[in-house]
Design a protein around this ligand. Structure first.
Ligand code: F6P
Length: 341
């Protein structure tokens, strides 16, 4: 059997660990041959492949990024795209696809399944907002990077008696902000699920200054103020219709500075959170997901996504992964709020 593998959407640490595990398990136990598709859905669309044998995956376990490349190509927006993918797969003698991606990549995978393509999904996003899986690999690494940054920012903020605003990734869900903010002892955490009250944020900042400590505010890039409180800039959109975010940290710094009279600076962690070597947790999770994806192919259990539930890897319908976003529940935010101000 020949199996295609692709990685789509924003990259994240652990992608190479999944690719390696799928190939090693499939080679060893089932004698499968693998073909790598380059740059997400662009690969099968254009028939752009690379060899994916044991040698190609050797030494990639700790490497960040993806040896296959990634893109945000939206197959469903391309006329005749699905037919081209099917033709290319047939021409290459590929019977099944392992698609490693987030909501967009797996959304396309769901639609391909409905049109008769044999697909197994592997959940990936540093945002941790995919439904039907407790954690996605890449998230733990991103939280560790953001926590280390917050630890460092505490000391320089203290020296200069200024507020520091740390903007982290998280377009629709505030998981990275919540975990890194809690681990790093942030004085305020702002997430997309909970429109913030700027007066309350300013009150927390002022109370922190009163105790002679410098406030650290962790804000998810998708966080926004309650209606009518502050003006925000809007950016361009990608092929899946997502607005390119970034800017809330700077806006908050301006607002805090003008309302408190104290100096406030913003730090945008951006793609640093997605780069570099995966944490041990993410390597193990990615490896287990890869092994289980190869098993799912062998079982012919197509249209499924492998997922972490508790400590087990299970298979869920691909559609379950994308039917809704896994956002931060109110009670999780309330636990963090204990430490605000
Ligand atoms: O979906 C993962 C993610 O890292 C989001 O947190 C972020 O909003 C987005 O990707 C950034 O995308 P890009 O790499 O296209 O700038």
């Amino acid at each position: 059997m020949r199996v295609g593998v692709l990685t789509g959407g924003g990259d994240c640490p652990g992608l190479n660990a999944v690719i390696r595990a799928v190939v090693r398990k499939g080679n060893k136990d089932y004698g499968y041959e693998f073909v790598g598709f380059r740059d997400g859905w662009r690969g099968p669309l254009e028939g752009d492949t690379m060899p994916l044998d044991r040698a190609a995956v050797s030494g990639i376990l700790p490497r960040g990024g993806t040896i296959l490349g990634s893109s945000r190509t939206n197959l469903m927006k391309i006329d005749g795209g699905v037919e081209r993918v099917k033709d290319n797969m047939a021409g290459l003698g590929i019977d099944a696809l392992v698609a490693i991606g987030g909501e967009d990549t797996l959304g396309v995978a769901t639609q391909l399944t409905e049109r008769g393509v044999n697909v197994i999904g592997v959940p990936k996003t540093i945002d941790n907002d995919l439904n039907a899986t407790d954690y996605t690999f890449g998230f733990d690494t991103a939280v560790n990077i953001a926590t280390e940054a917050i630890d460092r920012l505490h000391t320089t903020a203290e020296s200069h008696h200024r507020a520091l605003i740390v903007e982290v990734m998280g377009r629709h869900a505030g998981w990275i902000a919540l975990h890194a903010g809690m681990a790093g002892g942030a004085n305020v955490i702002l997430i997309p699920e909970r429109p913030f009250d700027i007066h309350q944020v300013v009150a927390h900042v002022e109370s922190r200054f009163k105790t002679n400590y410098a406030p650290i505010i962790v804000v998810a890039e998708g966080a926004h103020p309650q209606e009518g409180q502050m003006e925000l800039a809007t950016g361009e959109t990608d092929s899946f219709g997502h607005v390119r975010l970034g800017g809330i940290g700077q806006r908050l710094a301006e607002e805090i500075e003008s309302r408190t009279g104290k100096e406030a600076r913003s730090v945008v962690l951006g793609h640093v959170q997605r780069g570099g070597t995966p944490s041990a947790f993410d390597r193990v999770l990615a490896t287990r997901l890869g092994v289980n994806a190869a098993e799912a192919v062998h079982a012919g259990d197509f249209g499924k996504m492998v997922a972490l539930q508790g400590t087990n890897i299970v298979r869920v319908p691909l559609a379950a992964a994308t039917e809704k976003l896994k956002t931060v529940p109110v009670e999780r935010y309330e636990e963090a709020e204990v430490f605000f101000g």
